[in-house]
Design a protein around this ligand. Sequence first.
Ligand SMILES: Nc1ncnc2c1ncn2[C@@H]1O[C@H](COP(=O)(O)OP(=O)(O)OP(=O)(O)O)[C@@H](O)[C@H]1O
Length: 191
Amino acid sequence: MQIVSLGPVVVSGPSGTGKSTLLNRLFAAHPNSFGFSISHTTRKPRPGEQDGVNYHFVDRETILQGIANGEFIESAEFSGNMYGTSIKAVRDVQKTGKICMLDIDMQGVKSVKKTDLNARFLFIAPPSLEALEQRLRGRGTETEESAQLRLAAATEELAYAAVPGHYDLVIVNDDLDEAYRKLETFIFKEE
Ligand SMILES: Nc1ncnc2c1ncn2[C@@H]1O[C@H](COP(=O)(O)OP(=O)(O)OP(=O)(O)O)[C@@H](O)[C@H]1O
């Protein structure tokens, strides 16, 4: 199988739709084809972590300046630390000849669209909002409040994905094997 394009592949879809399930299977089946961008973080390195390997360890000022300069695809704050993915980090993966997979939300999708990264956009949709709710609850990771927040965000994400041109392909993750085959075909073509 041959890679369709060396541009990054943006994978998006509501929380609980099955992105991690599908991507983990893809990485296991093709261990040498994918590379991961190195994120920036303001958190301190843990023992054994190396700057430029696990993360780019930077101060808050550096990330904020980078965001202001439009150098970041996405950024977020978790437990008092900032995290972000820079456009350069994605390009660095591309230089290695591997595909950078970006599992990002709708805001991230919109900011990648403003770059010249030549990305391809894939949306993983649930068969229905009811099925999504079942999966989210079935995973056992959500409180009632976080499940409600994720479902509300899902409605917005599905509306954005329904607009022609926003995504190159929408895969409905109903039967997992079938969804996986479509994902594989989106990334690789038969030689
Ligand atoms: N095709 C499928 N049919 C039924 N259940 C599925 C299917 N795909 C995934 N699941 C289950 O749905 C749950 C959510 O999947 P997963 O954690 O991969 O979602 P996600 O999109 O990565 O979510 P998040 O964005 O929150 O990380 C998991 O329990 C997973 O086993």
